[in-house]
Design a protein around this ligand. Structure first.
Ligand code: SF4
Length: 88
């Protein structure tokens, strides 16, 4: 898996927040405060790999996610999120 940034992807407030699968929320629970998670639940990115709007939390848990700095995700551009995570 590459650790070099292939795409810079802007995080934005979702007009209609995407649903986040339970498995993703469960994984992230250990790493972020409930307040931060509820804030991030309302954010999206336009993923260049699957070419659609993806919930930021799904992006955060994606194998290609490298880091988020100042509202921009560094994406390795490898595998995108599993299709079963794209539920809403
Ligand atoms: S980290 Fe994953 S979900 Fe986020 S932009 Fe890259 S491929 Fe898409």
């Amino acid at each position: 898996m590459s650790t070099e940034t292939k795409f810079k992807v802007k995080v934005y407030p979702a007009v209609k927040p995407k649903r986040v699968p339970r498995v993703v929320s469960e994984v992230l629970k250990g790493g972020a405060s409930p307040k931060a998670i509820s804030r991030m639940k309302k954010e999206s990115v336009d993923c260049p790999v699957v070419e659609k709007e993806v919930a930021f939390l799904v992006c955060f848990a994606c194998p290609s996610f490298l880091r988020r700095v100042s509202g921009v995700v560094d994406c390795a551009g490898g595998n995108g999120p599993p299709s079963e995570w794209l539920i809403g």
